[in-house]
Design a protein around this ligand. Structure first.
Ligand SMILES: [Zn+2]
Length: 249
């Protein structure tokens, strides 16, 4: 059943608005609990979607190593099958690998059976390559619907959203992207003074879902700019596993 058709026709348009909010807003909890912050203002969880990408991911791993940064990579299943050694390398360097579906569809419009196939293909691919199933899931485009929560629960995965999505896939220049990532430093400066509260989850991309070998050099350049500055502010770069201490729902 299509999620837009839930509810009586009389309230359909209001319901559609709520459903759209629940499906699209990164911090909405309507379609099941999601992780959208870290548990400390000191912890910055950097996440990368749409890889692994042979032309970017190896350089990114070296850059992260240079700053002892741990991160989380939400991999597309069909790319993982093309370069499983890159997924092994990501895990070997201490990062967390998560599930980002097999072919990157907009799940909002998908039926339960389709969602099941998209999640399970990548789930088993990760399990085959790394020897353990993924525990974290990021929906393509951040879009969810009522059936996704049931499926992720069944696979024992938690859904991870973000606090900042700077749009690195469409960055016209590194400078543009550097400016778009400024909120991390500004918010950290204020939050670290309070010494309590939550921290940021940053969503970047080391690949492109439309084609392999996408150019993400501006993402690398912006990180090269910010990593030492964030470190000097006192931020720790943690995996999503280290970003949340609450038990799974
Ligand atoms: Zn994606």
């Amino acid at each position: 059943m299509n999620p837009w058709l839930i509810g009586a026709p009389a309230i359909a348009s209001a319901a559609a608005g709520i459903v759209a909010y629940g499906g699209m807003h990164p911090r909405a909890q309507l379609f099941g609990q999601t992780i959208s912050r870290t548990d400390s203002p000191r912890k910055l969880a950097i996440t990368f979607d749409d890889g692994p990408n042979p032309s970017i991911t190896p350089k990114l791993l070296d850059l992260l190593d240079r700053y002892k940064a741990r991160a989380t990579f939400f991999l597309i299943g069909r790319y993982l099958r093309e370069c499983p050694e890159l997924a092994e390398e990501i895990a070997a360097r201490g990062h967390i690998v998560g599930n980002h579906t097999e072919s990157h569809p907009n799940l909002f419009w998908r039926r339960p059976a389709e969602i099941r196939v998209e999640l399970r293909l990548t789930h088993s691919a990760i399990k085959n390559v790394l020897g353990a199933p993924p525990r974290w899931f990021r929906p393509p485009f951040g879009l969810r619907n009522p059936w996704l929560a049931a499926e992720t629960r069944e696979l024992d995965m938690r859904v991870v959203m973000w606090t900042l999505l700077p749009g690195d896939w469409r960055a016209p220049s590194a400078e543009w992207l550097i400016r778009r990532m400024q909120p991390i430093a500004s918010r950290a400066q204020r939050a670290l003074q309070r010494r309590s509260g939550t921290g940021e989850i940053l969503c970047l991309h080391d690949g492109g879902h439309r084609e392999q070998n996408a150019d993400r050099t501006r993402t690398l350049a912006a990180l090269e700019h910010w990593l030492p500055r964030w470190r000097d502010l006192g931020l720790e770069f943690v995996t999503i596993e280290d970003a949340v201490s609450a038990p799974a729902p």
